[in-house]
Design a protein around this ligand. Sequence first.
Ligand code: SAH
Ligand code: SF4
Length: 339
Amino acid sequence: MNLFDCNLEDLRRWATDQGLPAYRGQQIFEGLYQQPVQRFADIKGLPKKLAQDLDIQSPLLPAQEIRRQTSADGTVKSLLRFHDGALAECVSIPTKNRHTICVSSQIGCPVGCTFCASGLDGLGRNLSAGEMVYQVLFHHGRRKVTNVVYMGSGEPLFNYTNVLKSIEILAEPRGLFLGRRRFTVSTSGVADKIRQFAHDEPQVTLALSLHAPDDYTRSRIVPLNKKWPIAELMSAMDDYTNKVNRRMTLEYVLLADDNMSRQQASKLAKLANRYGAHINLIPFNPVSGVPHQLPAWNAVEAFAQQVEEAGGHATIRGQRGADIDAACGQLKEREQAKT
Ligand code: SAH
Ligand code: SF4
C-alpha cells in the first residue's frame, strides 16, 4: 500500500483498520509532509516498535530516483522508478521567488502528439494519486515547493480522479498546504472533462495545449483533435470560462513549417481573445525520432509579433533546462534506449 495515496481521512481510517488509534494516522500524515522521511522510523513521535514493524511490512517510499540531470539554470530533472519498474520523470524548476514541480500523470501517454517524446510508446498505465504526490514531495526536501504543474508525461484529464486526489492531498492544511491557485493542469483537449473540471476544481488553473488554430493542422499534430475538434473544444471552453472566473492559458508549441504561418498567428490571437487567454509560445524541443524541425529564433520572434499585431497576448516561454533534454519524456527515452 502506498501511504501517499491517502488523504488525512484515509490515513485515520487506515490506522484504525490496523488496530491503532486514529491519531496515529494523523501523526503519520503530518510526518510524511512536514519533514523529509525515508522510513517510518524517521517519523517523529511514532513508537519505535510500531515504526520498525511498519518498515518491515513494506517500504515507505513508492519510487526511487534512478537518474538525475541538473541544468546550468538550476533545473533538475529526475527519472523515478516505481514499484513495478515503470519509469516517469519529474522536473524541479527553481526561480528567484518560486519552486515549481512539473509532474507526470501517466506512464507514457495515449494521445501521441507528433512532437512529443512521452507519446512515442503509447500508454503504460495511470499513475496513482500518491505516485504524483511523491514527485512533488521528492523535490520539496531540497527547497519548499510553491507551484505544481501537471505538464510531465501523460494526459492528466485521462487520469482525472487520481489527479484531483493528488491536488487534494497536496493542498491539505496539515500537509504541504499548497493553495489551489498554485496548481496548473495542462490538457491536450479532453472536452467533456474540461467542463467537469470547471465544476470540481474552479480555483486550479487550466492550460489548454492548442498547438494549432485550425482543424486541418491540429488533427495532424494532436490526434485527439479528431475526437474533439476545435469547435467542440471552444464550446467546452465557453462553459469553462462562464463557470470559472479565471484566465486560462493556451500552450502553443512552435513547429517550423507546420503551425507558424501569419494566418495561423492571426487565427490564434482571435481564438485566445475570445477567452481572454494568455498564449505561451514554446519553441519545439527536438526529440529524436520525431518528424519536426526547430524553428529559427527570428521566425519565433516574428510569429510572436504577428500574434501581438492581431491583438493576442503572447509570451515566448524561456527554455528551462534546454541543456538537459528538458522536453518531457526525453530522459526516459534515453534510459530505455540503453536497455
Ligand atoms: N498531456 C498534457 C500535459 C503534458 S504535455 C498536454 O499535452 O497538455 C505538457 C506540455 O509540454 C504541452 O503543452 C506539450 O505541448 C509540451 N511539449 C511536449 N513535447 C514537447 C517538445 N518536444 N517541445 C516542446 N514542448 C513540448
Ligand atoms: Fe501526451 Fe501531452 Fe505529449 Fe500530447 S503533448 S503526447 S497529450 S503528454
